[in-house]
Design a protein around this ligand. Structure first.
Ligand SMILES: Cc1ncc(COP(=O)(O)O)c(C=O)c1O
Length: 400
């Protein structure tokens, strides 16, 4: 018996497949089919609960990707969805009912804030938003009908890091389901299940896919919850296409090496920006001076590939800066091999109110970078040339 436990790099490359299988393809086949033939109706009945019945219920290519993700997260099981928002909306509708209440940290992806504040109330589900790192506020917001604690770490776009052990203990104490959006962390940098979190969500569109070529969502975690969510996925119809699942699987194979490079590149970029006179506050968990740096270094293997910073000047200065890069591509999204730049008030947080953005601290001067796997010197040279075209200069260095 082999008792050796594989590392994340190995799980990323080898996960999901049956390693004992011989004489088969090395690459997982794409089951590009909507339905599956059976020999008789007895078999038809047996097929209903498998991944070879009808692709909205499941599909073998998808199953391999789901198994690989569950192994990386250390979760009982994982599910794929047509998008990250599909994973969030379906999962919450699956585990909550009318009259339930959610406690959610304030800094979360804008689409999630919109779902909680504008859609869930239509189903009789209310949310209290609390300051992300004020844990007493989380505890005080819990009501008798609170069922779920919703978290995100590091946060989009301000890279705040939350104490996973403390919040999972709070959820357990009050019998709440804990859910975390771990898109920015990936299982290479943090595995929330190890801290006792029940459900781990990802926009698989980002680091898991890794090449800005598909949209997908992931929910991994406790088997009893995943079973409920799977039923909801079938009913709501937010399944992933088999070809996209295969592309995702290919992306997963390089997840560990990409993340290691992106961790290194992003830290170098953050250090460069923190010294630049035309840059105000820089937000990156592993940067010296970040308010949760010690916690981040305890919980995470790397700071991730995303950082944000405020330009010295106005929102217009920030817009002009983002249009003068030669390497950083002006586009929303993150987590791909190529470096991207965006302005959160115009992209990831455009769909929420200016008041909500203000409470989060998302300003017009804030610029978000998704650092790719290019050479860090080339990326820094691009930032340098773009910043040199800007007028204003700050008075003090700040790290956020
Ligand atoms: C942190 C985070 N969560 C969720 C989502 C939603 O994912 P998707 O765009 O795949 O629906 C995004 C998208 O940008 C995100 O950044």
């Amino acid at each position: 018996m082999n008792l050796h436990k594989h590392h994340q790099e190995t799980k990323a490359v080898r996960g999901g497949g049956d390693l004992r299988k011989k004489n088969g393809p090395v690459s997982t086949p794409i089951y590009q089919t909507s339905t599956f033939e059976v020999t008789d109706n007895e078999q038809q009945l047996r097929a209903t609960h498998t991944d070879m019945f009808y692709t909205r219920y499941g599909n073998p290519t998808q199953t391999v990707a789901e198994a690989a993700i569950a192994q990386l997260e250390g979760a009982d099981a994982a599910l794929l969805f047509a998008s990250g928002m599909g994973a969030i909306t379906t999962s919450l509708l699956a585990v909550l009912k009318s009259g339930d209440h959610i406690v959610a940290q304030r800094d979360i992806y804008g689409g999630t804030t919109k779902f909680f504040s504008q859609w869930l109330p239509k189903f009789g589900i209310e949310t209290t938003f609390v300051d992300t790192t004020e844990y007493d506020q989380h505890a005080r917001a819990i009501q008798p009908n609170t069922r779920l604690l919703y978290l995100e770490s590091p946060t989009n776009p301000l890279l705040r890091v939350i104490d996973l052990k403390r919040l999972s203990a709070l959820a357990k104490k009050h019998n709440l389901i804990s859910v975390i959006d771990s898109t920015f962390a990936t299982p290479i940098n943090t595995r929330p299940v190890e801290f006792g979190i029940d459900l781990v969500m990802h926009s698989g569109t980002k680091y898991f896919a890794g090449h800005a070529d598909l949209i997908c969502g992931i929910m991994a975690g406790r088997r009893d919850l995943i079973q409920k969510i799977q039923d909801a996925r079938t009913t709501l119809g937010v399944c992933m296409d088999p070809h996209a699942a295969w592309l995702l699987l290919r992306g997963i194979k390089t997840l560990a090496v990409r993340m290691q490079r992106q961790n290194d590149n992003a830290l170098r970029v953050a250090e460069f920006l923190s010294q630049h006179p035309k840059v105000g506050r820089v937000h990156y968990p592993f940067l010296s001076g970040h308010p949760q740096r010690a916690l981040a270094m305890e919980q995470m293997q790397g700071g991730g590939g995303v950082l944000s910073f405020e330009v010295v000047g106005t929102g217009d200065d920030a817009r002009r800066l983002t249009e003068s890069f030669r390497l950083f591509t002006l586009a929303p999204s993150l987590g791909g091999v190529e470096s991207l730049v965006s302005i959160p008030v115009l992209t990831s947080h455009a769909m929420i109110s200016p008041e909500q953005r203000q409470k989060m601290g998302v300003t017009e001067q804030l610029v978000r970078l998704s650092v790719g796997i290019e050479n860090a010197d080339d990326l820094i040279a691009d930032l340098d040339q773009a910043l040199s075209q800007m007028g204003a200069v700050r008075e003090h260095a700040e790290v956020g």
